[in-house]
Design a binder for this molecule. Structure first.
Ligand SMILES: [Fe+2]
Length: 186
């Protein structure tokens, strides 16, 4: 009888201990979610990568301004307008990326030193010739595609559908632009 009583006490003790541990673990899991319900660690990695993409878009934007201003030759009228179209588009994308970072509770980088230190895209300087200008844009877009796919891999892993769809839209659009630039070059 005493043995059964002792065994019951031990069982009750461990069940109680297990319940406390389970409750603690559940709280821990809940704490590791962002306000959007995303995994905190994965969200941090996505934000970090989005800031790298933002930095490179800013460098691309500045290259496009330079091309718009400095382009010379027989294609001037056509390319001057086209480059304005591209920098206006990249300006919109820059804003979308920065606001996505804020939506994910991150802080978008906003200084030139932050941007240049993270730049992996080619930098266009003193380019005046049409072919060189179009090649620069095409090569930059290829590099941006790589970065966007890296963001996509992270956001996909973190079930971050908002960032996924943004990256998918960017990728689809830029792939088409690269095709058109290559057609112009051929
Ligand atoms: Fe202008």
């Amino acid at each position: 009888m005493i043995k059964i009583l002792k065994l019951s006490i031990v069982i009750i003790y461990y069940r109680f201990k297990f319940a406390i541990l389970l409750n603690y673990k559940l709280k821990q899991i809940k704490m590791k979610r962002t306000i959007l319900g995303l995994d905190v660690e994965k969200n941090t990695e996505t934000v970090k990568k989005l800031n790298i993409l933002l930095s490179n878009f800013q460098v691309y934007y500045q290259s496009l301004r330079g091309l718009h201003w400095n382009i010379k030759g027989k294609s001037f009228f056509e390319l001057h307008v086209k480059f304005e179209e591209y920098y206006t588009d990249s300006q919109e994308k820059i804003d979308l990326i920065a606001e996505r970072i804020l939506t994910l509770q991150g802080v978008p980088l906003h200084t030139f030193s932050d941007y240049t230190s993270r730049a992996v895209v080619p930098i266009g300087k003193d380019i005046t010739q049409d072919v060189e200008a179009v090649k620069l844009i095409s090569n930059t877009l290829s590099k941006l595609l790589e970065l966007e796919r890296e963001v996509l891999m992270l956001s996909d892993d973190g079930n971050d559908e908002g960032t996924n769809s943004m990256m998918s839209d960017f990728i689809t659009e830029q792939e088409k632009t690269i095709w058109m630039l290559k057609s112009w070059l051929s």
